[in-house]
Design a protein around this ligand. Structure first.
Ligand code: TMP
Length: 216
């Protein structure tokens, strides 16, 4: 079955995931690795359409469970259509967000309960978990300020949540880190992009020693 490596990147708003993912993928390509980058919700047409529905700022009446189910539906389709085939071909898949986002945002911050959200996601992912999850840690103050400064970044429905929501998201991720010390690594994402990148490469090397060493 699975031969590739599945790496997910997590974090609150403005954590710098996109910049990191681009650099990481370039580095792996330079080292002759076969790598794809993708994102959730989205990554394929059906899931991008679900993304548009979820994040539409007009959809203020969206129920929290509906939201959780839509994320899980987008995840399912994206896994089946894109992630699993790439892993079966032996590729490295770097995915911007995965199930931990649902656990932190819908489970903890929205208050649906992490166990409940895990249950619907188990149905969606059927045991396929990442080999490594990088959690990019920033305080909401720093993350939201970065978004406010970035003119090219569209503000979505979840960005508009109150400050306390983003605090809860971070708290949710901290719980997940505590529960999954072997799979998840915390990176201080308030550092400069170069230092963040270095820390991430070190974490990847430590996790996959001997499989794909990436020189800095
Ligand atoms: P992005 O801005 O990182 O592309 O993510 C889109 C938004 O969707 C972001 O606010 C986080 C949120 N999200 C969830 O709430 N649950 C999920 O399962 C996923 C994948 C994203």
């Amino acid at each position: 079955m699975k031969k590739g490596v599945f790496i997910t990147i997590e974090g609150g708003e403005g954590a710098g995931k996109s910049t990191l993912i681009e650099r990481l993928s370039n580095k792996m390509l330079q080292r002759g690795k076969s790598v794809i980058t993708t994102r959730e919700p989205g990554g394929i047409p059906i899931a991008e359409q679900i993304r548009a529905v979820i994040l539409d700022r007009k959809h203020v009446t969206m129920d929290a469970r509906t939201e959780a189910l839509l994320y899980a539906a987008a995840r399912r389709q994206h896994l089946v259509e894109k992630v699993v085939p790439a892993l079966e071909q032996g590729q490295i898949v770097i995915c911007d967000r995965f199930v931990d986002s649902s656990l932190a945002y819908q489970g903890h911050a929205r208050g649906l309960g992490m166990d409940e959200v895990w249950a619907i996601n188990q149905f969606a992912i059927q045991e396929l978990m990442p080999d490594l999850t990088i959690y990019m840690d920033v305080t909401p103050e720093v993350g939201l300020e970065r978004i406010a400064q970035a003119s090219d970044r569209e503000i979505n429905r979840l960005d508009l949540e109150k400050h306390s929501f983003h605090e809860k998201v971070r708290e949710g991720y901290m719980r997940l880190l505590h529960q999954n010390p072997n799979r998840m690594v915390l990176i201080n994402a308030e550092q400069s992009p170069d230092l963040v990148f270095n820390d991430v490469l070190t974490a990847i090397d430590a996790r996959f020693a001997g499989f794909f060493v990436i020189d800095v």
